[in-house]
Ligand binder design. Structure first.
Ligand code: NAD
Length: 346
């Protein structure tokens, strides 16, 4: 139990200390935006991969040496627990799955309980995880340290949005007024939009899973559409430009176009490396369809969509590249092979 908790109003806090855990495809860019916009504040970072942490520190401090005294590389989760002026106000997690978030938060809570925190810490989870695990973690935090908070704050916008600092945050908050200026200031360092999705814990994730269901199935249709255009002998660069101003326009067909060199700075230009990998897209589709079933909802494309992502993810070279690679994967599935695979599904 906490012994002494001193609460500070946001106006009396001269600096805010941030923690960031998970410096992968998304986290490295999100943490870089925080780093670049640090004023009196400090940032503490950690990734279970020492290489990822080293590369991050090297990259941000060499591109912006002015803030190099304000960033600290930590070597374990327990190092995030600080006392006095160094205590962290916000710790963001950006890790793959619910089990990783759970392990990280449980360790943070357990170490916190051994000390005497002097103010509230908010854990912000931006990973896309299943809602029941997120609710369980929220209940756990509230029962162990009632003054602390755990908020689901998933993002959309992909790696390109993370790089540009134009992400959309989806928060389990009732309305704009219930997002404090301090929290808004943190999120604005990484985002263009902040959407309060509802007062109950998990509503941010509910919005995220609904969106990512749409992304996963649209991505399949985009791969299909470009392969269809190719089978007609169309020039795919011209077709991509046409789609970008036509009714088939979507994030998957334009911002993450599967045809290389139509736009700058997209994964297809780089052999589909990086980006939002196919296995994470599959994970979100599975989470969305499982949630739908729990809500008594039938999804037209949930089951069949999952079947195609399962098939694609059997090949690690597809599973571990950006989801736009499904266009390339589909190239190898002609009518006969496609129908044979579908029979397996039935
Ligand atoms: P990633 O695999 O590139 O990065 C995850 C990072 O977390 C890795 O560097 C890994 O080493 C680290 N990690 C794993 N377990 C850890 C632990 N216990 N402690 C500390 N670090 C740990 O994944 P990503 O693409 O950055 O995605 C992260 C999360 O964000 C996922 O839940 C994903 O679904 C979601 N997301 C991804 C995108 C995208 O476009 N990539 C977009 C929106 C949301």
């Amino acid at each position: 139990m906490l012994r002494t908790i001193r609460y500070f109003s946001s106006s009396s806090v001269s600096k805010v200390n941030y923690g960031f855990i998970g410096l992968g495809q998304m986290g490295q860019h999100m943490a870089r935006h925080i780093y670049d916009k640090l004023e009196n504040d400090k940032l503490y970072v950690y990734d279970v991969s020492q290489d990822a942490t080293n590369t991050f520190i090297q990259s941000v401090t060499s591109s912006n040496s002015a803030n190099s005294g304000k960033i600290n590389q930590l070597s374990s989760i327990s190092d995030f627990i600080k006392s006095g002026d160094e205590q962290l106000d916000y710790i963001i997690t950006m890790v793959p799955e619910g089990k990783h978030v759970k392990a990280v938060i449980e360790e943070l809570v357990s170490v916190t309980k051994k000390g005497s925190p002097s103010k509230k810490t908010t854990f912000l989870d931006s990973s896309t995880i299943d809602i029941p695990t997120s609710i369980e973690i929220h209940k756990y935090v509230k029962s162990e340290i009632p003054e602390f908070d755990f908020v689901d704050a998933p993002v959309s916008g992909g790696v390109a949005g993370a790089k540009k600092g134009t992400l959309s945050f989806m928060l389990s908050r009732a309305d704009d007024e219930s997002i404090t200026s301090e929290l808004r200031s943190l999120l604005n360092k990484m985002a263009k939009n902040i959407f309060p999705c509802g007062s109950n814990h998990g509503t941010g994730l509910a919005a995220k899973l609904s969106n990512n269901y749409l992304l996963a199935v649209t991505n399949l249709a985009v791969a299909d559409s470009f392969q269809l255009a190719k089978s007609f002998g169309l020039d795919l660069h011209k077709y991509a430009k046409l789609v970008s101003v036509s009714t088939g326009k979507s994030w998957a067909s334009v911002d993450n176009c599967p045809i290389p060199d139509v736009y700058s700075d997209i994964p297809s230009n780089n052999g589909y490396k990086g980006g939002f990998v196919t296995k994470l897209t599959r994970k979100d589709l599975v989470l969305a369809t499982a949630s739908a079933a729990k809500n008594g909802r039938f999804l037209y494309l949930g089951d069949i969509g999952k079947f195609w992502y399962d098939k694609a993810c059997e090949e690690e070279s597809i599973a571990s590249r950006d989801l736009a690679v499904l266009y390339e994967w589909l190239e190898g599935i002609d009518e006969e092979k496609g129908n044979a695979l579908l029979k397996e599904h039935k």
